[in-house]
Ligand binder design. Structure first.
Ligand code: C2E
Ligand code: MG
Ligand code: MG
Length: 751
């Protein structure tokens, strides 16, 4: 805008100058014409007088009086201010007396040079004058007619122009210096320089603020007599353009204002949606769902649309993630996290309402077997069916899957009194119904543990732990039952935790010891070997039974290093025994499934150098509850070194005769429970007989466990058992006593 303003200003100035010059030129032309016209008028008024006979006669005869009268009459007739005659003889006649001889001689000089008219100075005034010859018939003089060029004349000259001109006349004064005629105005050196030039081009000069035009008025041998000066103020000319300039400036300002306004609008049009997007992004970050208005279909509009889309998808995904985080994939039930949250919330309400709630922990009884034998797909379908049944039974009560085959139920008394027993019974009943699998009924039961708030605890984790303890107890007591949490359960659990801690250091502290119980061969009537039985000499509690600490060792995995130690220790002791005496070592299922078992056995054998056939590994049926294939592979591996394998506690577990077919055990140990009943229960007797027969048929030895009475021994002999073990012969004894026993007479078996 500034550049345009400067350009416009320059253009206007330039244009104004050109226009001023043009107008000045035009005016000077007009003034020229005016001057010539006045010259002609003067000529026209002089001519009749100069030709007047009487006048001519008076001049030629020197009758000055008559000539003056004629001159005055003639002048009056043509309204001429001044007229005079210069005679050939040098005299002069004028209307009002005589003429300054200096002027007369000057005029003669001019006339000699051919002067016919021009500016003329008489006294202090400047005149426009013309000369007309007076001939009678020879030239006797000149009639000069003059009209003054005074201020009024000059003003009228100025007014001739269409533009406001200032006209003035410069002339020489008596000393030959340039002065302004009839004015006190001083001639500036610039003016003087221009006035002194020999010829006037007629061009327009610019002096200061003015455009100046010089026009010489008559010329004599001495140079220019007078110069008409026309001045025109460029500032005045430019003043005409002021309104235009103001208009341009206003238009510029208006343009500027429009540009500012438009820029602001455009900028806002861009920044507002961007600011809105930024704000929306911040809100989105805080988890709000965003839906911005799409104002336009330009890039910003499309960006806004894309943003909305993104926000919607984030919200959707968050919902999915939240659902995934709080729900179980398989059953769609709330998961552990959500249950805990719900429990926390309900507990807060219990506190504020002084109400009650119950937490039920549920575990399926035979799920593991189904999963292992029929596969995970069947297991999954089973869990889904169970969750359907639970939902059906529970209605509005909060049900969650904790993982695996464990479910939790939350009962509150908000809708009515708490009835945890009723709910537990209904659930056990519902789950107890056979579940159809490919036409075959599957039987899974449920065991339940119940903990109550506020009675048992107000802490959610405690409550869950208590319900879990109660569940554990109800499982222990037999399946398909429910149990309420009791304080003693917690004490037992704490007791167990203490044992667990002590067990962790027992091995390093050398608190373990192996005792040996003889295995008696009924056919040869002598000790055939010893079973190694682990003893824990607790520094404070004394000897702790393996029945109490082996499960803990199994749960914590400590059984693996402990079992390793047992194998090595047993082999070490067996080295000191006669070569035909075997050592039997119990191997836990957990230990058996751990990868290092085979190498532990090989190492123990190698280090002690005992024959592999002297080592007997005792396993229980529970080992077959999981992946038969790999178990069998390990068993075959052990047997291929020559290690013997015995099936312990036969008849208690999930006994299936098929185990006996699937692996060639070296020995079957008939569980003590049958031996106890042997003399009182004919069924037990039949079972023992059948096992002994079967074993014989399969080429396996049999050992009867827990023989305490001589009668039992007799019966076992009759049934055909090959080995016996029990207090009747000996309780488990320490290693030293075991060696001592070997040197004693073996006749005790018959005693
Ligand atoms: P088990 O392998 O069946 O061992 C026989 C158990 O019956 C031993 O109990 C033994 O003392 C007991 N017993 C022997 N004869 C009689 C009898 O005439 N009457 C009665 N009432 N009991 C008799 P113990 O030593 O308390 O061991 C219990 C169980 O602990 C063992 O049963 C075995 O399963 C496990 N166990 C013992 N030592 C180890 C071990 O080193 N490793 C592993 N994994 N388990 C072991
Ligand atoms: Mg055993
Ligand atoms: Mg046993």
């Amino acid at each position: 805008m500034v550049l345009v303003a400067i350009a416009i200003h320059l253009a206007i100035s330039n244009n104004a100058e050109i226009k001023v010059a043009q107008e000045l030129q035009a005016s000077s032309k007009t003034i020229n014409e005016f001057w010539s016209m006045r010259s002609r008028q003067l000529q026209d008024s002089a001519a009749p007088l100069a030709r007047d006979f009487g006048f001519r006669a008076a001049i030629s005869s020197g009758d000055d009086e008559t000539a003056r009268t004629a001159l005055a009459n003639g002048a009056a007739r043509v309204e001429i201010a001044n007229a005079f005659v210069i005679r050939q003889d040098g005299g002069s006649v004028s209307i009002d007396g005589t003429l300054d001889p200096a002027i007369a001689s000057d005029l003669w000089t001019k006339l000699d040079e051919g002067w016919q008219g021009g500016a003329l100075r008489i006294g202090d005034s400047t005149y426009q004058a013309v000369a007309a010859p007076i001939e009678a018939p020879a030239l006797v003089g000149w009639l000069i007619v003059a009209k003054p060029l005074n201020a009024a004349e000059l003003t009228s000259l100025g007014e001739l122009s269409a533009i406001p001109l200032k006209a003035s006349i410069a002339r020489h004064d008596n000393s030959g210096k340039w002065v302004f005629d009839g004015s006190a105005r001083l001639v500036t050196p610039q003016f003087e320089k221009l006035l002194n030039q020999s010829s006037f081009s007629g061009e327009i000069e610019f002096l200061g603020d003015n455009a100046v035009h010089f026009r010489p008025l008559g010329k004599s041998a001495q140079g220019v007599d007078a110069v008409l000066i026309l001045e025109y103020s460029v500032a005045d000319a430019l003043a005409q353009y002021n309104s235009l300039k103001i208009a341009v400036a206003l238009a510029g300002l208006a343009g500027l204002a429009i540009i500012l306004f438009a820029t602001r609008r455009i900028a806002r049009g861009m920044t507002r949606p961007i600011a809105a997007l930024q704000d929306a992004a911040e809100r989105l970050e805080k988890g709000e769902r965003i839906n911005l208005e799409v104002g336009s279909d330009d890039e910003l509009g499309r960006l806004t649309g894309a943003f909305n889309e993104m926000s919607a998808q984030i919200v959707e995904r968050e919902r999915d993630i939240a659902h995934m985080a709080f729900h179980d994939d398989l059953t769609g039930l709330p998961n552990r996290v959500m249950f805990t949250e719900q429990l926390e919330m309900s507990l807060r309400k219990v506190v504020s309402r002084k109400g009650h709630l119950a937490v039920l922990c549920l575990d399926l009884d035979n799920f593991k077997i189904v999963n292992d034998t029929l596969g995970h797909a069947v297991g999954d379908a089973l869990l889904q069916e169970v969750s359907r049944r639970l939902t059906g039974v529970l209605g509005d009560h909060f049900l969650a899957r904790q993982g695996g085959d464990e479910f939790t139920i939350l009962l509150t008394d908000e809708a009515g009194p708490l009835k945890p027993e009723t709910v537990a019974r209904a659930v056990i009943e519902a789950i107890g119904q056979p579940i159809d699998h490919a036409g075959q009924p599957l039987f899974v039961g449920a065991s339940i543990g119940i903990a109550m708030a506020p009675d048992d605890s107000l802490d959610p984790q405690d409550l869950l732990k208590h319900a879990d303890l109660a569940l554990y107890k109800s499982k222990e007591a037999g399946r398909g039952q429910f149990r309420f949490f009791e304080l003693t359960m917690d004490e037992q659990a704490q007791e167990r935790r203490k044992l667990e801690m002590a067990l962790r250091v027992a091995l390093q502290q050398g608190e373990f010891e192996l005792h040996y119980q003889p295995l008696f061969d009924l056919e040869r009537n002598e000790i055939s070997g010893f079973e190694a039985l682990l003893r824990w000499n607790h520094p404070e509690r004394g000897q702790i039974s393996p029945i109490d600490f082996i499960p803990i060792a199994e749960d914590t995995g400590l059984i693996i290093p402990i079992g390793e130690w047992v194998i090595q220790e047993a082999c070490r002791h067996a080295r000191d025994w006669p070569d035909h005496i075997r050592v039997a070592v119990n191997v836990s299922t957990v230990q058996f499934r751990s990868p290092g078992l085979q190498s532990v056995v090989i190492q123990a054998l190698a280090q002690t150098g005992i024959e592999p056939s002297r080592l007997e590994i005792e396993i229980t049926e529970s080992i077959f509850l999981e992946s038969n294939e790999s178990i069998l592979a390990i068993l075959h591996g052990l047997r291929s070194f020559g290690v013997r394998v015995a099936l312990d506690d036969f008849g208690t577990g999930y006994s299936s005769l098929s185990y006996l077919r699937s692996f060639p055990f070296d020995k079957i140990k008939i569980d003590r429970s049958f031996i106890m009943e042997l003399l009182v229960d004919s069924n037990a007797s039949a079972v023992v007989h059948a096992i002994a027969e079967l074993a014989r048929a399969l080429g396996m030895e049999t050992t009867a466990e827990g023989v305490e009475e001589a009668g039992q021994l007799e019966a076992l002999r009759l049934h055909g058992c090959t080995n016996v073990q029990g207090y009747l012969f000996s309780r488990p004894v320490n290693a030293t006593d075991a060696i001592a026993m070997l040197s004693e007479s073996p006749q005790r078996a018959t005693a």
